[in-house]
Design a protein around this ligand. Sequence first.
Ligand code: CA
Ligand code: CA
Length: 191
Amino acid sequence: MQGLAIAPRRPAAAVRFRAAIEPRVTVRRHRRRNAFTLIEALIAATVLAVAVLAISMSLCAGHVQSREAVHGRRAIRLAEEMMEYIVSRPYYDPDGSGGEGPEGGETDVSTFDNMDDFDVYVDPPGALTDMAGNAYPLEYQAFRRSAEARYTTAAPGGLGASIPGLSVTITVSGPAGRRWRMTRFVPKPTD
Ligand SMILES: [Ca+2]
Ligand SMILES: [Ca+2]
């Protein structure tokens, strides 16, 4: 019997058992791997969705701010141009008559001959023009512009006295309903 090596025999039952369970273990591992990948995919999709939403909101907010800034510049231009025109007109009506609002025969801007004629003035909707009667570009036509010119008094700080004059206010409404208001006080000329 010397020199004869006998290899250890694996128990037949153990071999069959391992053969039987190994495929199941492999399948379970694959299933676990697949399940984990699915969870990862869901998390990634969620993170991506949140990121896209955040970026979209940021872009939307930026767009709104940019649009508001453009509207603001247009509204200020409309208000300033009307204000400069009004305060460049004579303080008193040349006829020496009337008061706030247009006098007889003063039917439109071209016939207003003094500042207070612009009281309760409203630009024709959709037909905004500059003071020379030239139509503003189309992007300005969604705005509304009105004016008030009221006699009042002002008490500038430090002077200790009330000064009579005319308060001119221009109001511009934007397409989204926002309003811009500009007011200037014109002292009554000294005689
Ligand atoms: Ca007048
Ligand atoms: Ca008048």
